[in-house]
Design a protein around this ligand. Structure first.
Ligand SMILES: Cc1cc2nc3c(=O)[nH]c(=O)nc-3n(C[C@H](O)[C@H](O)[C@H](O)COP(=O)(O)OP(=O)(O)OC[C@H]3O[C@@H](n4cnc5c(N)ncnc54)[C@H](O)[C@@H]3O)c2cc1C
Length: 395
């Protein structure tokens, strides 16, 4: 019986594991390892930071949902992968595999900017459950005595959407509380222009986003790298100093240490159109763990976002590729990199569509409206229900 190991219990890992089980049934022994015992619906973390969601609203325990489907779950951190002998290494064991799917997401590289990050630095972050919970505490404390806020993305960031959501949400919430006039907000980003998003912009995203920030009276500084964060001051590379009471910044990402040796210099894994490692033929990688070259060299380094929608597509391609090799079923087509994303904007939301992901494109759109806010909340509920029931093949 083929032994398949999946690393990571989020969008990529869960989709791959459920799809493999559905396609191969009892002909494969599937094990999923994750250092977390729950699935977190990451797109709702900005809402959690605002106090609009609680952790229990957006998390699902992994063990019952996997075991119900006949997938073994091991709640342990992976320390390494020995690709030559096809073994996964944890602190307590070595597990052999015939096929490996890597879906370990990012290492958040706070260490690349002095003073960045909630653990050793002076800034909040909303990229993990713990960080968003902490950011919510910081927000509540800030509201007791409001002051200046600075938010955005440092050099090398690829996941640009969350700081945009955060900026629009705090603006909305402060206006709702009628204290917006007490809070100067500055949005600082490594993108060459607002609305670039790491993908060369889409359609009229620059104009729409510039208008949105102007309408909301949020000052924007683009195309800049950050020198450091001190306890109440942000220092930019051009010498500008911005004082703050509260700062929330996205960090650059790298591959996680356990699999970084299988990847490029930043630890992201090179794969072909079927999500197969370009050198190790029984290793597949999906989602944020995968290497994707940026569409253009930007003056300040930026990366390409790997969204949940793309991750799920990659995970299905990897699962179909492995299943076709084991069962002799037809191989899948190469996956197409495209984006369909809903960005919250506080009082409204935006639909973003880019097909293909990088220009030139057949389709590209950025539209805002309250209907997208309702769609985002509806999609959250639907996706959590789908994951709880292991229905990874549903749209
Ligand atoms: C705040 C935020 C908002 C977002 N909003 C959207 C959105 O609205 N729409 C959208 O499409 N995308 C959104 N994204 C992007 C989306 O969340 C990612 O594309 C998606 O999470 C990638 O899934 P993944 O499985 O590749 O990695 P991850 O979700 O990062 O999961 C990696 C998993 O691997 C586990 N892991 C890591 N290292 C190890 C190890 N050594 N051993 C064992 N387990 C390990 C982790 O615990 C985690 O469970 C957002 C991202 C962020 C941060």
């Amino acid at each position: 019986m083929a032994k398949i190991i999946v690393l990571g219990g989020s969008f990529g890992g869960l989709t791959a594991a459920f799809e493999l089980k559905r396609l191969l049934g009892k002909t494969a022994d599937i094990t999923l390892l994750s250092d977390m015992d729950k699935f977190v619906f990451i797109p709702s973390l900005p809402w959690l930071a605002m106090g609009w969601r609680k952790p229990e609203d957006i998390t699902v325990p992994l063990k019952p949902i996997l075991e119900r489907k006949g997938i073994t779950f091991i709640h342990e951190e992976v320390k390494g992968v020995d690709a030559e002998s096809s073994k996964v290494v944890t602190a307590s064991k070595q597990i052999a595999y015939d096929y490996l799917v890597i879906a370990t997401g990012p290492h958040l590289a706070f260490e690349e900017v002095p003073g960045l990050g909630p653990d050793k630095g002076h800034t909040e972050c909303i990229f993990t459950l713990e960080q968003a919970e902490r950011a919510n505490k910081a927000w509540n404390k800030f509201l007791e005595e409001p002051g200046a806020i600075v938010t955005g993305s440092v050099q090398g960031v690829s996941c640009f959407g969350p700081p945009y959501e955060y900026a629009f949400e705090i603006d909305y919430e402060l206006r709702r509380m009628k204290i917006r006039h007490k809070v100067p907000i500055v949005f600082v980003t490594s993108e060459p222009y607002i609305g670039h998003f790491g993908i060369g912009g889409l359609r009229n995203s620059k104009r729409i986003m510039e208008d949105e920030f102007a309408k909301r009276d949020i000052k924007v500084i683009t195309n800049i790298a950050v020198e450091e964060f001190a306890s109440a001051e942000m220092r930019l590379k051009d010498g500008t100093k911005i004082p703050f009471k509260l700062a929330m910044f996205a960090p650059a990402m790298k591959g996680v240490p356990a699999v970084a040796h299988l990847g490029n210099p930043r630890g992201f894994i090179p794969v072909d159109g079927k999500c197969r490692h370009t050198k190790h033929k029984n290793i597949f990688a999906v989602g944020v763990a995968v290497a994707i070259a940026p569409p253009e060299q930007t003056p300040v380094p930026t990366g390409v976002p790997k969204t949940g929608y793309m991750t799920v597509k990659m995970a299905k391609t990897a699962a179909y590729s492995i299943a076709s090799e084991i069962s002799g079923s037809p191989a899948p087509a190469s996956y197409e990199m495209d984006v369909l994303c809903l960005m919250d904007m506080g009082n409204t939301a935006a639909l973003m569509r880019a097909k293909p992901l990088l220009p030139p494109r057949q389709e590209s759109a950025l539209k805002s409206g309250i209907i997208y806010k309702w769609s985002k909340a509806g999609f959250e509920k639907y996706f959590l229900w789908k994951i709880k029931h292991g229905l990874s093949n549903w749209p």
